[in-house]
Design a protein around this ligand. Structure first.
Ligand SMILES: [Fe+2]
Length: 316
């Protein structure tokens, strides 16, 4: 199996953007080619890593986030922010703090999206913007139910936002002043699926996908009916997420790599394909984007295609 590791991106900086020789302001073709090559790496299960912020994040906003314990957020898993309608959820404290936090998270989300428009240009304009989040709590030893635990290896799947074969791209930044954010990760979805998909019931999900069911699901997707628009792929991935967290042998014995993301680092990864567990770390920001199948540069690497090959059946 292929080990996950990160690729440190050396030729993109903030401010300034692409810095490689030959990538002057007018040389869009070189930037397109470089961005396309990096999208291919991401889709194959690699993590792109930036030691320094590749987008704007005002130091006073970062200091404000680090200056408090955020105990008023403890009822929720994270603070979430939806850029499409500018709504923040998960905060229950005083109004002034809420307004300031909302301002910071809105700015963060806008700056990351602006950066991605240039950096991941093959996806720009084709993606669906999903939530951003602020994660102020120490991950080590969090008291969460088994299926919500972040420190168990899993692939991501969203209960109320089916992707219908699209991919879940997440950009993380470790805001902590001194502590790394520590992950375990497995980047080879082909290996993961070969070894565990049948045990999670892949063939049962694939069998339940006749022409009528597919047209109902397409119709539900155009009407925005989330639950009804789930494809067998979406239903399988929800099950796979839970199955992997429940599987003690997988958690203990799978050949994972340990990654330490240092303070100030940013990284991006397709978390529907790279199994990951956040073992420790505090104060992270994150922005999610959904990349539809038609925008992928290497669609044969997408989890739905890998699972379809194993099941010898359509899943979307
Ligand atoms: Fe996750």
């Amino acid at each position: 199996m292929q080990n996950t590791n990160w690729i440190a991106v050396e030729d993109y900086k903030f401010p300034g953007g692409w810095t490689s020789a030959g990538m002057g302001a007018g040389n869009a073709a070189d930037k397109d080619a470089r961005a396309r090559a990096l999208c291919r790496e991401l889709e194959a299960g690699r993590i792109l890593f930036f030691p320094k912020l590749p987008y704007e994040f005002p130091p006073d906003e970062r200091e404000f986030l680090l200056s408090r314990e955020w105990n008023e957020l403890r009822l929720h898993k994270n603070v979430s922010y939806r850029p499409t309608d500018d709504v923040m959820r998960g905060f229950s404290g005083d109004h002034g703090t809420e307004m300031h936090l909302h301002h910071i998270v809105r700015n963060y989300s806008a700056h990351v999206i602006e950066f991605l428009r240039d950096f991941l240009r093959p996806y720009a304009g084709k993606w669906k913007l999903d939530f951003a989040s602020f994660r102020p709590f120490e991950e080590q030893g969090r008291d969460l139910s088994l299926h919500k635990r972040n420190d168990l290896l899993h692939v991501d799947a969203f209960r109320l936002r089916p992707t219908r074969g699209g991919r879940i791209l997440r950009v993380f930044t470790n805001l902590h002043a001194t502590k790394p954010r520590v992950w375990y990760a497995i980047g080879d979805f082909g290996w993961l699926a070969q070894k565990y998909a049948d045990g999670a019931g892949l063939r049962r999900f694939a069998a339940n996908n006749g022409a009528l069911r597919r047209s109902v699901s397409r119709w539900a997707a155009t009407l925005g009916l989330k639950r009804l628009s789930r494809t067998p792929y979406d239903r399988f991935m929800l099950r796979f997420h839970d199955y992997l967290k429940e599987n003690d042998d997988f958690q203990r014995n799978s050949p994972k790599v340990r990654l330490e993301f240092p303070p100030g680092a940013t990284w991006m990864v397709f978390t529907d394909g790279v199994a990951h567990a956040a073992m420790s770390g505090q104060f992270a920001m994150e922005q999610t984007l959904l990349i539809p199948p038609e925008a992928l540069v290497a669609p044969q690497s997408a989890p739905y295609r890998i699972l379809e090959r194993i099941a010898a059946a359509r899943l979307c």
